[in-house]
Write a protein that binds this ligand. Sequence first.
Ligand code: NAG
Ligand code: NAG
Ligand code: NAG
Length: 417
Amino acid sequence: MGSVSLKIGDGTARFRHATVCSSAVHLLMLASVLITNLFALYAFTSAPSPSVSSAPALLAHRSGSGQRNLSVISEHVALIIREIEASERRLHQIERELAGYDTLDPAKPSLPSELKLFLARHPLPLGRDSRSGITEMVASVAHFCARSPAADLLARYMSYKPAAPCPTDDPLLPQKLIAKACEPLPRRRCLTRRASPTAAAAPRLPFPQCLWNPGAKNPGGGVYGVDRQMWVKPGGKIDFLIDDVLALSSRGIRIGFDIGGGAGNFAARMAERNVTIVTSTLEIGGKPMNEFVAARGLFPLLLSPAQRFPFYNSVFDLVHSTNALDEGGAPALGQASHPEALEFLMFDIDRILRAGGLFWLDNYLCADEERKRMVTRLIERFGYKKLKWAVGEKANGNSSGKTQVYLSAVLQKPARS
Ligand SMILES: *[C@@H]1O[C@H](CO)[C@@H](O)[C@H](O)[C@H]1NC(C)=O
Ligand SMILES: *[C@@H]1O[C@H](CO)[C@@H](O)[C@H](O)[C@H]1NC(C)=O
Ligand SMILES: *[C@@H]1O[C@H](CO)[C@@H](O)[C@H](O)[C@H]1NC(C)=O
């Protein structure tokens, strides 16, 4: 079966830039391959040179020593060929490392048996599918799962007793793996333990009361807990109100996506206006964010910032995001500052928005002036109509007395042919 090639995460893996050091090693390897090749050429062409008069003469007069010389030469050539092959293998390895291509080899003995089982090809139960021509399915995990230290974490994650309760040793393990771009996680054959017993014991109110009384303790402060002010109480000029934004859409807003929506306050306000919002939220610091959003009667989606949105094209009327633009650069992968990292996210937002749909960039923190220019340029390149655009300064929350620049915008996706 060999090694399973890993499909997801291609883009992010290729995105890694070669360091100066690895480029130098690369060049060195190239040079060594070139030199050994030249050396081989030299050995082939120059060895018989003492008697170049004619081949029969060489054979007739000097057959004894010629034979020995020939065997010495062929030994040298064999050595050179081995050297070239080794260099090529090393070069290939370096190329793979630079490109970020690692694979999880199911034949590797150190791999937990449950992971091997998961990665094994599964023949379709009813044989070949006549429409797609597919005969078997391959389970895939992201490239980054195969890299250290994700590989070690993954091995730990997949070491458990099948059909028994899942291990409790590290409840943050899945989150750690996702933060290392090891996503989607493999399925496991163990029973999940109840995340927070208190939430399950509390009385459950019906919808819509549950939006503001989910019967669970706030998982955190600010956007990570219930907030009754945002988007309904007038704030600064960069704090748009939900009703103002909804009024901007001529065809109406029915369904939307809130990227990095914390405890789901945005979705709750929208639910009050009969708009369905899917909230992507991560279990940051082991806080039960997804459970909390669900307890409010809202749709939680566990999704890492680097992942392609699991939605079809042009399905949303609205995409809302605060600082997801930065997270799209997946700081864990060291990409936060690359303009292309932002583009990957912007193109994906554009993909899931319908023509005429709204992208609400809400209180985006511009780390510096250059960042603000970069984001502005990027948005303008997409040709969105600026329905609202405001730049303002706010105190940065701690007592240092400094202010920071924020950008808020409501942008309408143009119809494209
Ligand atoms: C190879 O040939 C050269 C020139 O004929 C001779 O002097 C030398 O001894 C030979 N070398 C070996 C290892 O036989
Ligand atoms: C939401 O829908 C309900 C029932 O369909 C309706 O009674 C209510 O007025 C709607 N709310 C808004 C803000 O449209
Ligand atoms: C306040 O915030 C700024 C910028 O976010 C940061 O550089 C600084 O260290 C913070 N100061 C304190 C006292 O936390």
